[in-house]
Design a protein around this ligand. Structure first.
Ligand code: ADP
Length: 455
């Protein structure tokens, strides 16, 4: 396939040449037609003039006035009688006759002029007019005028030369200009190709530098640059994520390994081995939880989950979650209160929503000191169904708020429990349910507000 710049130039030059060719052809045809028409008009005017003089002088012995009239003229004149007898010849014809078919005289209609272009004196083109002279209602004579076309032909051949020489020159200039313009237009595309070639997975910082940003290519480059930024962000996120996953899984593995190594030194009692097995089981549980959570957010096909949505009683769901976590709160001496009106419903997946609210309420209990309160309420207003979870913990630092939904993010105050995946799962579940989470946090506590917008 030929490069675009060559194809563009080819089509541009082809269309330009055809247009210019058609234009030149019609221009030439129009000008030559106009020249002949003007010559014909001039001949008719001269014929009328000569006819009048001829009719006045025809009874006289000689055509003195006609001779006088025709002195220095640029055309030839002859007059015939209807039966083909030559009555008058202009002096400039010498002994030559204009080519006139006297046998055709009878076939010419009244007042019809017959024009022809003939060659006389070997190579002089002459335009002839056969002009009938009517006397007493019948054609009696024929006047013929021959107008040499030297000047007109000279002009037309000069015009022809100009058009046939100048048109190809224009086409050459246009092709040259076309190649340059197409080359310039395509240059940024070359830059894009070059940049795209240089880009590898680990090198997404490359950007296309563009001089102009407002044309289509500029927009393409900008879109390409934006895409690179997004890819870079996604790639950075992914490598950060992989690092975090490795780190999170490595910690329990290291604990397990060192536990096993210590127990391998010397003889151990069966109670020691049992203790080791229990701690190994705990670490394995922890790893299983991390892997389960990762699988939940990474592999789930949101469309197939949405297909499982049914109408659920959110009031009941929140009450069940509070019940389930009540033991935890009691253990920590945190009071867990609620205001949940009956029968508020939303559309969703019960198991996932339970998971989301138990994560938020679990955090609230975790981050609230003993003796303080966690309060859960469900309301419905014009914006949708609202679930508030308020605690009296130390709050979340303002700069941490945008990060707490990131996978593996854990605040400085976070205790040993947890692995920083809880809130990322919450966010994923709530957004899946067409909801959003707002956080208001002060040093006196945090309010997680989940709003389910109407569908
Ligand atoms: P984890 O609780 O396992 O650390 P999460 O994703 O559930 O992970 O929470 C991320 C971080 O958000 C926590 O480490 C903590 O710093 C902060 N956070 C979450 N909920 C609260 C809360 N109610 N009060 C204060 N900080 C919180």
């Amino acid at each position: 396939m030929l490069p675009i710049r060559i194809r563009l130039t080819f089509w541009y030059v082809a269309i330009f040449s055809i247009t210019l060719g058609i234009y030149s052809f019609f221009l030439f045809a129009y000008i030559s037609h106009t020249i002949i028409r003007n010559t014909d008009r001039e001949m008719v005017a001269e014929a009328k003039e000569c006819r009048s003089i001829f009719l006045e002088e025809m009874t006289k012995p000689s055509f003195e006035e006609l001779d006088e009239e025709l002195k220095g003229i640029n055309y030839y004149l002859q007059i015939y009688s209807i039966n083909g007898k030559l009555l008058y010849t202009s002096a400039n014809l010498y002994k030559t006759n204009l080519p006139v078919d006297t046998r055709a005289f009878n076939s010419i209609e009244h007042d019809k002029y017959a024009f022809r272009t003939v060659t006389v004196f070997r190579h002089t083109d002459v335009r002839t007019l056969l002009y009938p002279i009517v006397v007493n209602g019948a054609i009696q004579y024929y006047l013929t005028i021959g107008m040499p076309l030297n000047a007109q032909n000279g002009f037309l051949s000069m015009l022809g030369i100009i058009l046939t020489v100048v048109t190809p020159i224009f086409i050459v200039i246009a092709s040259w200009g076309g190649i340059i313009i197409a080359g310039r237009a395509m240059k940024p595309v070359d830059e894009i190709i070059e940049t795209a070639r240089r880009i590898e997975a680990g090198n997404l910082t490359e950007q296309i530098t563009m001089k102009t940003h407002n044309d289509e290519i500029g927009k393409l480059a900008r879109t390409f640059n934006d895409m690179l930024l997004r890819l870079k962000k996604a790639f950075d996120g992914l490598s950060q994520f992989s690092q975090n996953v490795s780190h999170e899984l490595k910690t329990p593995l290291t604990v397990m390994k060192s536990g096993i190594e210590i127990n391998m030194i010397g003889e151990r009692s069966s109670a020691d081995y049992r203790e080791l097995l229990v701690s190994l089981l705990e670490e394995i549980d922890q790893m299983t939880r991390i892997i389960d959570d990762l699988l939940l957010t990474s592999l789930s096909n949101t469309e197939s989950i949405r297909a499982t949505f049914t109408r659920i009683d959110i009031s009941n769901l929140i009450l069940q979650t509070i019940d389930f976590l009540g033991v935890l709160a009691m253990d920590k001496k945190v009071s867990l209160d609620h205001t949940v009106p009956d029968g508020i419903g939303i559309v969703g997946n019960e198991r996932l929503l339970k998971r989301a609210f138990s994560n938020i309420i679990d955090n609230a209990i975790k981050f609230t000191p003993p003796g303080k309160k966690v309060f859960v309420s469900v309301t419905r207003d014009g914006t949708g169904v609202i679930v508030d979870i308020r605690d009296q913990g130390a709050g979340i630092k303002e700069e941490d708020i945008p990060k707490i939904f990131d996978r593996f993010f854990r605040g400085k105050s976070a205790n040993a429990e947890g692995h920083g995946l809880g809130l990322s799962i919450v966010k994923w579940i709530i957004e899946l349910h067409n909801g959003r989470i707002d956080i208001i946090s002060t040093s006196g506590g945090t309010n997680f507000r989940v709003v389910f917008l109407p569908r």
